[in-house]
Design a protein around this ligand. Structure first.
Ligand code: R5P
Length: 225
């Protein structure tokens, strides 16, 4: 599995060109893209990057990738990130690693959003993977009840017996909505709840999904406009 992730993530990192500003995703697949980009920087590739989490920021520093901020950057040329589920229309569930908010900000600011996954992430319909929703800590129980009124069962993500806290100081509620018929309206309904910061549904955002398969091939799914 690691080999499949490595191959697909490195193939995406190979597409980065000199002078680009790159969004660095988060997770075990994005790791390989960051690592490969670091190797290319050592060979002379000139890029700048914005990371989607403190973990990826540390990796960028470790691998020698120069970092910038949104104070210096309006638009990123490309972002390479993983996903927890991908449907045939390239809608995604993300946030299994808790980084969904920064990932969505970075993806939304990118000309091209490239998603790298292994083929176990492909589904006909999103929702087997519980949808991560980032909520502010104040009133989190009330936000949980409001979310459940939309028709899900939810639980706070835990880390070492305490609520998991995101890079932004918020909690994550993992929400089981069952299979999701219409991702975009659900994403909007969730984000309309006071206390919700954002959710892990990335509807109509990915431009390309690169899928690493067990036989060594890479399937490229492009979004139809
Ligand atoms: O918050 C984490 C991100 O959305 C990840 O990109 C996602 O969970 C996929 O991670 P992995 O490549 O480790 O399966």
């Amino acid at each position: 599995m690691e080999e499949i992730k490595r191959r697909v993530a490195e193939a995406a990192a190979e597409q980065v060109k000199d002078g680009m500003t790159v969004g660095l995703g988060t997770g075990s697949t994005a790791y390989w893209a960051i690592r490969k980009l670091g190797e290319r920087v050592k060979e002379g590739l000139n890029v700048k990057a914005i990371a989607t989490s403190s973990r990826s920021e540390s990796l960028a520093v470790e691998f020698g990738i120069p970092l910038v901020t949104f104070a210096e950057t309006d638009v990123l040329d490309v972002t390479i990130d993983g996903a927890d589920e991908v449907d045939p229309a390239l809608n995604l569930i993300k946030g299994g690693g808790g980084a969904l908010l920064r990932e969505k900000i970075v993806a939304a600011a990118s000309r091209r959003f490239v998603v790298v996954v292994d083929d176990t992430k492909r589904v006909d319909r999103l929702g087997a993977f519980p949808l991560p929703v980032e909520v502010v800590t104040f009133g989190a129980e009330a936000t949980k009840r409001a979310l459940e009124s939309l028709g899900c069962a939810s639980r706070f993500r835990m880390a070492d017996k305490c609520e998991y806290v995101t890079d932004n100081g918020n909690f994550i509620l993992d929400c089981d909505f069952g299979l999701i018929r219409e991702p975009e309206p659900l994403a909007q309904a969730i984000n309309a709840i006071p206390g919700v910061v954002d959710n892990g549904l990335f509807a109509n955002m990915a431009h390309v999904v690169m899928v690493g398969c067990g036989d060594g091939s890479i399937v490229v799914m492009e979004r139809g406009e």
